[in-house]
Design a protein around this ligand. Structure first.
Ligand SMILES: *Cc1c(COP(=O)(O)O)cnc(C)c1O
Length: 460
């Protein structure tokens, strides 16, 4: 049975023209891009599912806010509007804007951890891991085992493995664990949600051992929507009530506002009530980002973010948003194409290992499928697998990732049902001739975060 598409709770009054190049042109463009999707120009892509970060469409209210933005260097009214929105939604005393999520990580983590210490998360996002390591500490993933099986349908595959968390704390010593980070939704595991019960259990362990709990909050609203649907206790609560409950278990948060807050740039740090910590954050923000009341953003960006924080929690919007994922996933179910199931909040993570079993991890099945999608229909996606993971820093050997996903991240309020059908049709066409798809080899790579810059070539 086909999953019904949830109609858009908006209509369109500004358009951006896109066009599909011919297959010949696409093959030429991707070869010129050295088979790296990050080297493609946006104008050469038809449906761009590279990321849901900063790619959303702002509303008429947000665009009106852009015109009202107060560009005062200090004390802008847009800053106070943003503070009020942040305090109201999250119920935290201190809110600090920064230019994006990784800036929040840079400002905060340097204050909380150093050499010889550890940070444990249900799963680190790549920049979050990088900032733990830049602060001198080591990052440890601790997700529930269900996350490792793409075909196993469980309601909260993003959860922290709390038993393992306690074991890790005892093994390394509580005084060595600088910070526990709960990523909601769990991006790296496929946008999978975390339950309130799991947040309670994690917070209780943190409290028992005197360890601080930070929320990596990029997709706070999508996580709340899943809780409302899947966690009995919260079925009659509003999204805002659920968000306040989620955030009550953390002491601080970092947020990329380019996701659920539907702005093209922005980030936040939130501190529940530790005034001394906030004082230190202000100092580092001034050094790294800009004065406290703009934090690396223009006044107009602060204004759009203050509005977007509320729009992101509108339930009609969230139903449509998650509905898009479920629609696309439903079309793949009908065709027998596997993905991280049930589908997560911001995209479909297609199991490229299952579709292309003849391509070994060191020839990058996730990347091969992403490149095939571009050649097939001008769709840009990306690898979340061994290609992205890179080499062991000590031995230089290619690491073997747990998953080989091709991620189709869906921008917010941007594409229609017909666009999603083009994506599903392209995947189905490729799956029918899967054994003709070839692997790739890397011809040049930088030492870190190689997937952004590497050059590849197809294996003959
Ligand atoms: C996007 C993201 C970040 C980093 O945010 P940027 O705005 O890209 O710097 C951190 N954590 C998670 C979970 C994210 O999805």
């Amino acid at each position: 049975m086909t999953t019904k598409y949830v109609p858009e709770p908006f209509r369109i009054k500004m358009v951006e023209t896109i066009k599909m190049l011919s297959r010949e042109e696409r093959e030429q463009k991707i070869a010129e891009a050295k088979y790296n999707v990050f080297n493609l120009r946006g104008e050469d892509v038809y449906v761009d599912l590279l990321t849901d970060s900063g790619t959303g469409a702002m509303s008429q209210e947000q665009w009106a806010g852009i015109m009202r933005g107060d560009e005062s260097y200090a004390g802008a009214s847009s800053y106070f509007k943003l503070l009020n929105a942040g305090k109201d939604i999250f119920d935290y005393e201190y809110i600090q804007p920064v230019h994006q999520g990784r800036a929040a990580e840079k400002v905060l983590f340097g204050l909380l951890m150093g050499e010889g210490e550890f940070s444990i998360s249900n799963m680190f996002f790549d920049t979050t891991r990088a900032h733990v390591e830049l602060a001198g500490a080591r990052a440890i993933d601790c997700v529930v085992p269900e996350a490792g099986d793409p075909t196993l349908r469980a309601p909260f595959k993003g959860n922290m493995d709390v038993e393992k968390l306690e074991k890790l704390i005892l093994e390394h010593g509580a005084e060595k664990i600088a910070l526990v980070i709960m990523t909601i939704t769990n991006n790296s595991a496929g946008g999978q949600p975390v339950s309130i019960q799991n947040m309670r259990d994690t917070a209780a362990i943190c409290k028992k051992y005197g360890i601080r709990l930070c929320i990596d909050a990029a997709r706070y609203a999508e996580n709340a929507f899943f809780i409302k649907q899947r966690e009995e206790e919260f079925k009659d609560k509003s999204i805002k009530e659920i968000i306040r409950e989620m955030f009550s278990y953390g002491e601080m948060f970092t947020m990329s506002a380019k996701k659920d807050s539907i702005v093209n740039i922005g980030g936040l740090i939130g501190i529940k009530n530790d005034g001394d910590l906030y004082q230190q954050i202000k100092g580092r923000t001034i050094s790294y980002e800009g004065y406290i009341t703009y934090g690396g953003l223009a006044g107009r960006d602060l204004e759009a973010l203050a509005i977007g924080l509320y729009e992101g929690l509108d339930e009609d919007y969230l139903r449509y948003r998650i509905g898009q994922m479920e629609y696309l996933a439903g079309r793949l179910d009908e065709a027998g194409i596997t993905y991280q199931a049930p589908v997560g909040g911001h995209g479909v993570f297609v199991d490229a290992k299952a579709m292309l079993p003849h391509i070994p991890y060191y020839e990058y099945p996730g990347q091969a499928l992403a490149l095939e999608l571009y050649k097939e229909a001008g769709i840009r996606s990306c690898d979340i697998g061994s290609y992205m993971l890179g080499n062991d820093p000590d031995t230089g050997e290619q690491l073997h990732a747990k998953f080989e996903f091709t991620r189709l991240a869906i921008p917010r309020r941007v594409y229609t049902q017909a666009h999603l059908d083009i994506v599903a049709d392209a995947l189905i066409a490729i799956s029918k001739r899967a054994d003709s798809v070839k692997g790739y080899r890397i011809t040049w790579e930088p030492p870190v975060l190689r997937h952004f810059q590497a050059s590849l070539e197809p294996i003959k």
